[in-house]
Unconditional design. Structure first.
Length: 168
């Protein structure tokens, strides 16, 4: 009886060890299809009646359309800025850090254009990562949807990404 318990314990340890390692594997390349929800704050510098310089910071979460994948359940923080003329901008830029549930990070930059309060479109470039994601590269296109702010001086919204990544 004791021999069977020892064999069962060894089998459970092996299954847990190999099962955990199999879960940790990330495909060398793949698609990114995400919805990212966020909230943030901004500082605005009015420059007459037609111009506005804005800096912002946002934090949020990423949910994969498939319920699994590279960025599913990742949290993120972004810093960005743009200069709007007559309510439109073409020079939006941001840098972000995404933190996966396993703690590995992905770094990305974004370029955007849009209308104040009317959403935006843009591209993002994955420029690096940590842990299992060192050397990662990729890109995606996204559309941002602005929502009514929950409090003065804040903004909320979400964006939809479609793209791909590649690991070395």
């Amino acid at each position: 009886m004791k021999g069977n318990i020892k064999k069962l314990a060894v089998l459970v340890i092996i299954l847990v060890a190999f099962g955990t390692e199999a879960k940790a594997q990330i495909p060398k390349e793949g698609a990114i299809s995400e919805t990212c929800a966020y909230s943030g704050t901004f500082k605005a510098l009015l420059m007459g009646q037609e111009r506005l310089q804005m800096t912002w910071e946002s934090m949020g979460i990423s949910l994969s359309d498939t319920g699994k994948g590279l960025l599913h359940n990742a949290s993120f923080r972004c810093l960005g800025a743009f200069h709007a003329v007559k309510g439109e901008y073409n020079d939006g830029s941001a840098s972000c850090i995404m933190i996966r549930p396993d703690g590995d990070q992905i770094f990305l930059t974004m370029k955007t254009s849009g209308k104040l309060g009317g959403g935006s479109k843009g591209t993002l470039t994955i420029v690096g990562g940590t842990g299992k994601l060192v050397g990662i590269q990729g890109s995606a296109e996204f559309t941002t949807f602005d929502l009514q702010p929950a409090a003065e001086g804040t903004f909320q919204g979400y964006n939809r990404w479609k793209g791909q990544y590649k690991l070395p």
